[in-house]
Design a protein around this ligand. Sequence first.
Ligand code: IMP
Ligand code: MG
Length: 181
Amino acid sequence: MNSDIQRVLVSEKEIVDANQRLGKQLSEDYAGKNPLFVCILRGAAMFMMDLIKNIDIPLEYDFMDVSSYGGENTVSTGDVKIIKDLDTSLRDRDVVIVEDIIDTGYTLDRLIELFNTRHAKSIRIVSFLDKPSRRIKHVHVDYNGVKIPDEFVVGYGMDYNERYRNLPYVGVLKPEIYSSK
Ligand code: IMP
Ligand code: MG
């Protein structure tokens, strides 16, 4: 285990299981629809690539980069900025937004509003992790991998100051990693 990690919250095995379960469900629900999966960079990239390998129907995907957290800050400001927009039109598409984690809900709330103005036919959310205790904006998560307590996590695509994204599991950082910054 990485020496900066205090404990593992979601193991590699649990990640595999969650992706199989979600992939099967999405394959059933979107059969015959050619859904567009929208990956929210950069945190959700690893999750989406694993997830879609478990989906056995035709689909397309695209990427969007938004930011709600600034730099060292680990508290959401409620401000969502588009850093890289989609290249694909959403008009009349069945859109599945792929997120790494839903925390306050601000990011997804704003994205759903935006995607509605682009005339998507339907919009659903698949989020690998969910921290329900932190929700400020009510957002319905249609497909969730794992619910976690209110802790800042890294790994499996998620970062602290751009580090730890490549860990194959989700873990909690040792407190001294934050305080030594
Ligand atoms: P929300 O807008 O507060 O729901 O925040 C969602 C975004 O904040 C996620 O897509 C992540 O990029 C980031 N985030 C929230 N909690 C964590 C965490 O525990 N670790 C890493 N990133 C997080
Ligand atoms: Mg994110």
